[in-house]
Design a protein around this ligand. Structure first.
Ligand code: FAD
Length: 469
C-alpha cells in the first residue's frame, strides 16, 4: 500500500459517460477531481457500445445508398464489403474520441487513476493497479459510475461463434448467417447492420414482439422494414442451447424443437449492472437483488456524500441519462439546487434502419396513466424531403392530453420512426419537457423542404387543421 494524502473534492469510480461527464462538469466548476478507470476512458459507450455500433450502422447506410444509386441516376457496380476497413474506420473514430476525453481531463486537471477502484469507509477509495500496487485516495464526495456488462444466457458462453455486443464490435468480416438472440434496441441495431451488409439474419425473441415497450404503430413500421431486408423475425420463442459444428458455426435449438444453423450468434439479452469490483464493505451503500446500487431520486446512496449514476443504477440504460445524472450529483456536491431527472420524459433513440426516436409516453402508456388523449399521426410517404432522400417508410405520432373542450392540449408524447428521426426528435423532446400545448408548438415554423415538417404537420393536425389531411 502506498499511502497518499490525496484528498479530492470528488472521486469518481468508472470513466464511462456517467463518470467522465461528472469529472469534466465538476472540473469546469473548479472542483478537484479524481477519476478511477480500470480500462479505457469512455466506458461501454465509446469502446463497446453507442459509438462503434453507430459507426457500423453508417457503413450499412453507405452500402444501402450505393446499392440504390441507380435510382438517383448514378451507375455504380453492386457494392461489396471490406469489413476490415469498416473495423479500422470504427477503431479510428473510437481512438479519437477516447483520446479527446483523456486530453480534456488533462486540460481540466482531472487526475486519472488507472486501476480498479473500491470504496471503503469514510469515502476512502483504494485503487488497485494492474501490477497489484494500491493507492488510497479520499473524496469529500464520491460518485460510483461502474456501468454495466452484457447479460449472458446459460449454455451460450462466449467463444467461437457465440458473441455478445463486445465481440461483435471486434468482427472484421460479415458472418454469412447470423442469429440475434433478443429483439431489443441493441439486437435490432445489429440485425439491421448485418442484414444491410449481406448477412442472412434471424432474430429470436422470447416476447410476443420485437422492441417491446415501443409504440405499436412504430414497431409495425420497423417489422415491415426488417422483413424487406429479409430479416427473419421469430417472436415468442425461447432458445434451449446450441451444438457447435466443425466449420466454426453452430446449430441453435429454439422454440418447439426447431433448429437453425448459423455462423454467428449474437446474445443480446440486456446488460447487468457491474458492481462486482466496487468493494462497498463498511459503507452504507446497498446493492439490490438484481445487482443495481440502490439510490433515491437524487442518485444518493445510503452513504452520505456517495452517489451512484448510469447503468449501475436502475434507470434507463442510456449514455445521456448518465450525463444528466452526473450533473445532478455534481450540483449537489457543489451545494447547488438540483432537480431529479424526469425519467419518463428522457429522449430515446434506436439507430437501426429505419431509425426510431421518442420522448414521453406512447398511446397505450398515456392511457394507462389515466390520460384522456387525442392522437395524430402522419406518414413520411407524403413528405417531400423523404421522397427526395428515397426513404419514405415511417411516421410521426403525437399523443396530446384531451382538454375539457375535447380538443388536444398539452403534448404528452412524440414518437417517430423513419429517416434521421434520431436527429429530429429535439423539437418533440422540447415540446414534451416544456409541457407545451399543441397550439403553442404549432406556431413554430419548420423549414421547407425538411423532414421536420412532418412533426409540424402532425402538431398542426392536433389543432384541428392542417395542410395535408
Ligand atoms: C452495443 C451498444 C449500443 C449502445 N447504444 C447506445 C446509444 O446509441 N445511445 C445510448 O444512449 N446508449 C447506448 N448504449 C448504452 C450506453 O453505452 C450505456 O448506457 C452507457 O455506456 C452507460 O454509461 P456508464 O458510465 O453508466 O457505464 P459504462 O459506459 O459501462 O462505463 C463504466 C466504466 O467503469 C469502469 N469500471 C467498472 N468498475 C470499475 C471499478 N471498480 N474501478 C474502475 N473502473 C471501473 C468500466 O471499465 C467502464 O469503463 C449502448 C450500449 C451497447 C452495449
Amino acid at each position: 500500500m502506498i499511502p497518499t494524502s490525496d484528498q479530492f473534492d470528488l472521486v469518481i469510480i468508472g470513466g464511462g459517460p456517467g463518470g467522465y461527464s461528472a469529472a469534466l462538469y465538476a472540473a469546469s466548476a473548479k472542483m478537484k477531481v479524481a477519476l478511477v478507470e480500470s480500462d479505457a476512458l469512455g466506458g461501454t459507450c465509446l469502446n463497446r457500445g453507442c459509438i462503434p455500433a453507430k459507426a457500423f450502422l453508417e457503413t450499412a447506410a453507405v452500402h444501402r445508398h450505393v446499392a440504390h444509386a441507380a435510382e438517383f441516376g448514378i451507375e455504380a457496380s453492386p457494392p461489396s464489403v471490406n469489413f476490415k476497413v469498416t473495423q479500422e474506420r470504427k477503431q479510428k473514430i473510437v481512438a479519437g474520441l477516447v483520446g479527446g476525453i483523456a486530453a480534456m481531463c488533462k486540460g481540466r486537471k482531472v487526475e486519472v487513476f488507472d486501476g480498479w477502484g473500491s470504496l471503503g469507509p469514510d469515502h476512502t477509495v483504494t485503487v488497485t493497479a494492474e501490477d497489484g500496487s494500491t493507492t488510497e485516495i479520499t473524496g469529500t464526495n464520491v460518485i460510483l459510475a461502474a456501468g454495466s456488462v452484457p447479460r449472458l444466457i446459460p449454455g451460450f458462453e462466449r467463444g467461437g461463434p457465440i458473441m455478445t455486443s463486445d465481440e461483435v464490435l471486434d468482427l472484421d468480416h460479415i458472418p454469412a448467417r447470423m442469429v440475434v438472440i433478443g429483439g431489443g434496441a441493441i439486437g435490432c441495431e445489429f440485425a439491421s447492420t448485418f442484414a444491410d451488409l449481406g448477412a442472412q439474419v434471424t432474430i429470436l425473441e422470447g416476447l410476443p414482439k420485437i422492441l417491446p415497450g415501443l409504440d405499436n404503430d412504430l414497431a409495425n413500421v420497423v417489422v415491415r422494414s426488417f422483413k424487406k431486408k429479409q430479416i427473419d423475425i421469430r417472436t415468442g420463442v425461447m432458445v434451449h442451447g446450441h451444438s457447435p459444428n466443425d466449420q466454426g458455426g453452430t446449430t441453435v435449438h429454439f422454440g418447439d424443437g426447431e433448429d437453425i444453423e448459423v455462423d454467428a450468434v449474437v446474445v443480446s439479452v440486456g446488460r447487468r449492472p457491474f458492481a462486482d469490483r466496487l468493494g462497498l464493505d463498511g459503507t452504507g451503500v446497498k446493492v439490490d437483488e438484481r445487482g443495481f446500487v440502490v439510490v433515491d431520486e437524487f442518485c444518493r446512496t445510503g452513504e452520505d456524500g456517495v452517489f451512484a449514476i448510469g447503468d449501475l443504477i436502475n434507470t434507463p440504460q442510456l449514455a445521456h441519462v448518465g450525463y444528466a445524472e452526473a450533473i445532478l450529483c455534481v450540483k449537489q456536491a457543489l451545494g447547488e439546487a438540483a432537480a431529479p431527472v424526469m425519467y419518463d420524459r428522457v429522449p430515446w433513440a434506436i439507430y437501426c434502419d429505419p431509425e426510431v426516436a421518442w420522448a414521453g409516453p406512447d398511446e397505450e402508456a398515456a392511457k394507462a396513466a389515466g390520460y384522456d388523449v387525442v392522437v395524430a399521426k402522419h406518414p413520411f410517404k407524403f413528405n417531400s424531403r423523404a421522397q427526395i432522400l428515397g426513404t419514405t417508410d415511417g411516421l410521426c405520432k403525437i399523443i396530446a392530453e384531451k382538454g375539457p373542450d375535447g380538443k388536444a392540449g398539452r403534448v404528452l408524447g412524440v414518437h417517430m420512426v423513419g429517416p434521421w428521426v434520431t436527429e429530429q426528435l429535439s423539437g418533440g423532446y422540447l415540446a414534451v419537457n416544456w409541457e407545451a400545448t399543441v397550439d403553442e408548438v404549432a406556431e413554430f415554423i419548420q423549414p421547407h423542404p425538411s423532414l421536420t415538417e412532418l412533426f409540424g404537420e402532425t402538431v398542426m393536425t392536433l389543432t384541428g387543421r392542417n395542410f395535408n389531411g
